[in-house]
Design a protein around this ligand. Structure first.
Ligand code: PCA
Length: 325
């Protein structure tokens, strides 16, 4: 017993000696599964910051919506319940249309175009976030969005009445315009939703279908490449202003690295996960010409609606993107 007490005392001493003067622990809520590439990127970002600051700031990630669900993450950070976290940017489209710049159908449909669109939109998004006491650290796109169905679908008319899982305003609107019935469900909960018939379709990346093993319930994935929505990592601006300049530099460096690595992973994960869907038994391929044509017409309607809602600043983003082509 004596020995154990001595050992404990010694360990406590060592721990105290090794701990930096003002160590802080930052819990980082994330909405998607630990195996997802965004979560893997976040975990490496956290490690980079912890190591780079010599442990003065230790970031601990909480994937799968385990600390806060996706829909609650931004509020949690704004109100200081968590200092840092990751969220789907277009999830805030109901607060400000500008947040939906990356979910305009058929505007930016490749990784290259998505990067150009982000370049055009970033100053506006940073400003809107800053007004909400949030500092943007990095953003990484999801792979291109395609349509998942239980049964074969070759036209918009065949979509009528199908229950459709949505993840933001644009996806709900797409469901309405195609005659489907939208129900908003977090990615962490879709396996269950499809298994129980709460939904029989969705628009998402191959990545999310793969992460959630949707082949257990759904059979078709149509590569529509409608858009590439982004996740972003934000920090509470009051917390950020309390960080030393040296640590700010470390965090910015780690964020840049994470953005680069995340983009790379997203591209790699695209083909890998589509193959994963095939291996799971799904039919994966392009949509019929008719379906593409009809979806593009719906895309025009949604683009016009977005431009109207996002005003001059939205139009300036689209114009800047188009002129970078
Ligand atoms: N996966 C996320 C958002 C976009 C994507 O590819 C989801 O389905 O919730």
């Amino acid at each position: 017993m004596k020995k154990l007490t001595n050992l404990l005392a010694a360990t406590a001493l060592t721990a105290t000696a090794a701990a930096p003067a003002m160590a802080e622990k930052w819990d980082m809520p994330m909405a998607y599964s630990a195996s997802n590439f965004h979560s893997a990127t976040g975990a490496e970002f956290a490690k980079c910051v912890t190591t780079g600051t010599g442990g003065e700031i230790e970031i601990v990630t909480h994937p799968s919506g385990s600390l806060f669900k996706g829909a609650d993450i931004k509020r949690a950070i704004q109100t200081g319940q968590a200092p840092i976290g990751e969220r789907l940017l277009s999830g805030h489209q109901n607060e400000n249309a500008l947040f939906g710049f990356d979910s305009i159908p058929f505007l930016a449909t490749s990784f290259d175009d998505s990067a150009k669109l982000w370049e055009a939109a970033k100053p506006s998004i940073e400003r809107v976030l800053e007004e909400q006491n949030l500092t943007l650290l990095y953003a990484v796109p999801w792979p291109p969005q395609g349509l998942y169905f239980k049964n074969e679908v070759n036209s918009v008319a065949e979509m009528k009445g199908i229950k459709f899982r949505s993840y933001n305003n644009a996806t709900s609107r797409l469901a309405e315009l195609t005659g489907m019935l939208p129900v908003t469900i977090e990615a962490a909960e879709i396996s269950q939703a499809f298994a129980t018939g709460v939904a029989d379709s969705m628009i998402s990346s191959g990545s999310t279908g793969y992460d959630r093993k949707v082949w257990e319930s759904l059979n078709y994935f149509y590569e529509v490449d409608a858009w590439l929505p982004r996740n972003y990592v934000m920090v509470n601006s009051d917390v950020w202003s309390g960080v030393s300049d040296a640590n700010k530099n470390v965090i910015k460096g780690c964020a840049e690295l994470a953005e680069y690595a995340g983009n790379w992973r997203a591209k790699e994960y695209t083909g890998f996960t589509l193959q994963g869907l095939r291996d799971g038994g799904m039919t994966v391929g392009p949509a019929s010409d008719q379906m593409v044509q009809e979806l593009k017409e719906i895309g025009v309607t949604m683009t016009n609606e977005w431009l109207e809602a996002a005003g001059d600043e939205g139009k300036a983003i689209v114009d800047a993107f188009n002129s970078s082509q």
